[in-house]
Design a binder for this molecule. Structure first.
Ligand code: RNT
Ligand code: ZN
Length: 417
C-alpha cells in the first residue's frame, strides 16, 4: 500500500471518533521546535573548552563530534534534513564565532560575534533562541549570578546583558522573537550555612539584567530552575520556587526542564498550572534516567503526556518547546533526529486524540469508558498519519532515514580525527 492509501484509511478511522487528521497535520506543521546546538559537540562550544562543568556532564566518546562552527553547522544541516517541518536552533553564548583572530571574553560579546549564525539561519529560514553561558569558564568556578564576590557577580551580569543585546539582534534579523533562557549552575555540594544570601544576590543580579532594558516584542526572557546538579547535590540557588516566583513577579517566562525535578515529579502535571497564571511558558524537553542525565528524548509516556497537555489546553503557541540533552555515546546527529522526531510524534499523537470527548467522559464520571478509550487510541493507525506528514515534508518516515546517518559517518564523521 502506498503512503497515501494508508493515510486515506487512517483518516477514515480517525474520522469515526471525530478526529480530523488533515487538521492535525496542519497544526503539527506549524509548530517549530528549538533544536539545541550543544548536542552536536558535547556542550563544548568554540572557546576551546576542554571540560564541561556547572554540574552537568556528557558521557561517552562516540567519534565524530563537531570541532568547529563549520562542522557543527554541517551536522545541524544533516539533522534538519531528516526532521520534518521548519524549526529553530538554540545557541549558547559559548558558540560565538570570532573572526580575524579577535577574541573577547563573555562579558564583551556583541551581535557581530553571531553574524555567521544569523547568516546560517537566514539562508535556511530558521529562528534562533539563545542562552547566556554561565558555566565552563574561569569566572564560574564557585558561583555566578549569586556570587558573594562582587566582581564575579558583575561579570556575569554584564554577560547576561550582552546576551540580551545579541538576542534582540537575532530577533530583528530573523523576524521571529528570540527566547533567551537564563540558567545558572550555582549551588552547594553540602549543607549550606546560608540559603537566603545567594538567592537574594541572584534576585538582585536578575533585577539588574532586566533593568538594562530590552524590547519585549523581540525577546522573551526565561528563567530555568533546577533541583540539583553533580557536585551541587544539597542546594541550588535557582530552585523551582525561586524561578517560578521571580518569573511571575517580573513578567518573564519560567522554563521547566523535565530533568530538573525530583524523579517522581512530572512536568506534564505542572503545565496546566503554569498556563493558568502566565501567558507563555518555556520547556526543555529531555529524559532523565534516574537523575538529570540528559538522555535522548524518546516517544515515551511522559513525553506524550507533556505533548497532550500542550495540545489539549490549546497552547501550541504559548508553550515554547526546546530540546535539551547531550549524549556523547551514540551518533550525535541521530541523537538530534531521534529526539526531534519523537517530540513531533508525541505532538501528533496528542493532535489525533479526541480531547474534548475524553474530557467529557472525565466530567461525566465515566472513568471506565475513559480508560478503555485512552487504551484503544494507542492502537489507532497513528503511524500512517506520521508517514503522511513526513512524506509531505520530503522526509523518510521509516527507519531508512538512518541510511543517511551511515553514509554521513562514512563520508564525513570518520574523517574527523
Ligand atoms: C542544565 C540545564 C541547561 C543546560 C544547557 C546546556 O542542567 O538544563 O539548560 O543543559 O543550557
Ligand atoms: Zn535545560
Amino acid at each position: 500500500m502506498t503512503i497515501n492509501e494508508r493515510y486515506e484509511y487512517a483518516k477514515s478511522r480517525y474520522a469515526e471518533i471525530g478526529v480530523d487528521t488533515d487538521k492535525a497535520i496542519e497544526m503539527l506543521s506549524g509548530k517549530a521546535l528549538s533544536m539545541h546546538c550543544w548536542q552536536g559537540d558535547d556542550v563544548k562550544g568554540f572557546e576551546g573548552a576542554v571540560s564541561l562543568d556547572g554540574g552537568i556532564q556528557t558521557t561517552g566518546n562516540y567519534p565524530g563530534a563537531a570541532r568547529n562552527p563549520e562542522e557543527l553547522m554541517a551536522d545541524i544541516d544533516k539533522a534538519l534534513s531528516l526532521i520534518p517541518g521548519k524549526h529553530r536552533i538554540n545557541l549558547h553564548a559559548s558558540y560565538a564565532i570570532f573572526e580575524d583572530g579577535e577574541k573577547v571574553d563573555r562579558d564583551a560579546l556583541q551581535p557581530k560575534h553571531f553574524k555567521k549564525w544569523v547568516d546560517f539561519a537566514k539562508e535556511r529560514g530558521l529562528g534562533i533562541d539563545f542562552n547566556p553561558t554561565c558555566f565552563s569558564h574561569p569566572m564560574a568556578k564557585g558561583a555566578t549570578l549569586s556570587s558573594p564576590d562582587e566582581s564575579v557577580r558583575a561579570f556575569w551580569i554584564r554577560h547576561c546583558i550582552a546576551c540580551l543585546r545579541i538576542s534582540e539582534y537575532f530577533a530583528r534579523e530573523l523576524g521571529t522573537p528570540c527566547l533567551m533562557n537564563i540558567w545558572i549552575p550555582d549551588g552547594m555540594k553540602d549543607i549550606p550555612a546560608d540559603r537566603l544570601g545567594p538567592r537574594a544576590r541572584f534576585k538582585d543580579s536578575l533585577d539588574q539584567i532586566l533593568a538594562s532594558g530590552y524590547d519585549r516584542s523581540l525577546v522573551d526572557v526565561s528563567l530555568e530552575s533546577k533541583v540539583f546538579g553533580i557536585g551541587l547535590e544539597s542546594y541550588t540557588v535557582g530552585s523551582s520556587e525561586f524561578t517560578v516566583n521571580y518569573a511571575a513577579k517580573n513578567d518573564i517566562l519560567s522554563l521547566m526542564d523535565n530533568g530538573h525535578y525530583h524523579p517522581t515529579e512530572v512536568v506534564s502535571d505542572k503545565l496546566s498550572s503554569m498556563l493558568l497564571f502566565g501567558e507563555k511558558v518555556a520547556l526543555h524537553v529531555t529524559r532523565g534516567v534516574r537523575w538529570d542525565s540528559d538522555h535522548v528524548v524518546l516517544y515515551d509516556d511522559e513525553t506524550k503526556e507533556i505533548a497532550k497537555e500542550i495540545v489539549r489546553n490549546g497552547a501550541l503557541d504559548r508553550v515554547l518547546v526546546g530540546l535539551d540533552y547531550f549524549d556523547a555515546s551514540i551518533n550525535r546527529i541521530a541523537a538530534w533526529v531521534i529526539g526531534m522526531r519523537n517530540f513531533q510524534k508525541a505532538l501528533l499523537y496528542a493532535l489525533l486524540t479526541p480531547n474534548e470527548a475524553l474530557a467529557s467522559l472525565q466530567n461525566n464520571d465515566e472513568g471506565t469508558r475513559l480508560m478503555m478509550m485512552q487504551e484503544e487510541l494507542k492502537f489507532f493507525p497513528f503511524a500512517d498519519v506520521w508517514a503522511k506528514f513526513c512524506a509531505d515534508n520530503g522526509v523518510d518516515p521509516t527507519e531508512k532515514w538512518f541510511d543517511e546517518i551511515d553514509k554521513y559517518e562514512e563520508e564525513v564523521l570518520w574523517k574527523r580525527v
